[in-house]
Design a protein around this ligand. Sequence first.
Ligand SMILES: Nc1nc2c(ncn2[C@@H]2O[C@H](COP(=O)(O)OP(=O)(O)OP(=O)(O)O)[C@@H](O)[C@H]2O)c(=O)[nH]1
Ligand SMILES: [Mg+2]
Length: 288
Amino acid sequence: MPVEKTNKKSGFAVLIGRSNVGKSTLLNALIGSKIAITTPKPQTTRKPVQGIFSDSRGQIVFVDTPGVFKDMRDPLSKKLLQSVKESLKDIDMIVYVMDPTRAIGAEEKYALSMVDPLTQPKILVINKMDLTQKPALEDDRALADRFDQTIELSARTGKSIHELIQAIFDRLPEGEPYYPPGQLTNMPNEEWLAELIREKLFLRLRQEIPYTVHVVVDGVERRENGVVYIAARILTNAERYKRIIIGAGGRGIKEIGQSTRRELESVMDVPIYLDLNVETEPHWISSL
Ligand SMILES: Nc1nc2c(ncn2[C@@H]2O[C@H](COP(=O)(O)OP(=O)(O)OP(=O)(O)O)[C@@H](O)[C@H]2O)c(=O)[nH]1
Ligand SMILES: [Mg+2]
């Protein structure tokens, strides 16, 4: 009997755009699971994260990237930009994400100049269509001729997400899947736990402080009583930030710990003990 040809597709699609346009929210909506953390603050994503979508059509490996950020003088922004550039290598498709609530400025132009020279198929996603105020919508739409297709969607409500998936499958090469079909991400569990803590931390901190913190998970252990014990450290540049994170009477760190634990318990369905400490470590950026 002749072997049946399946003609399944597979490949890498990178999500790129400036900070805060909703790339990570879109990744989570596409995969249907919280893989990347999302916050209203810029520079939330610090490392490219893969989210894996598999169905009868094949497999799309989405790569979420840090936002292209305009102020590139500080060491963190430099690192993040470098990792965006790295993510653009060896990919099959570009998904360029825009936020129609914000005007096109120097940052957007810079991000566009990174994707313009690339020869892979490119899809323009105009996100946040659920919002009523979209002052930049017409300017965003005017960029359509630089892309192979434009899709207007909402990562938050999920509207038109499936159109994006189909548009990608239409243009992906045929090939074998890169990951087993059940796998949703390439991120190790400990890294995901650290990310979740960083999300809760970002949500609590004032505008300028998030950029001075990093989270490390040192151990995860299932104890005999069924409790999962997690030891983690928040690293920050300076003593004054450490004090702000800990908060008056330890209230800050306690709330971060509680909100992380609540989310973990609802996802993992086991009791969690989170041992969370804050340390001053001026050189954490170099470990990214
Ligand atoms: N109303 C609305 N808000 C959205 C949508 N998508 C994302 N957001 C919000 O936009 C903010 C930024 O979302 P993220 O997904 O963290 O953005 P990002 O592009 O990954 O940001 P960086 O990682 O900093 O580059 C969050 O407050 C999201 O809730 C959407 O479709 N509609
Ligand atoms: Mg992000």
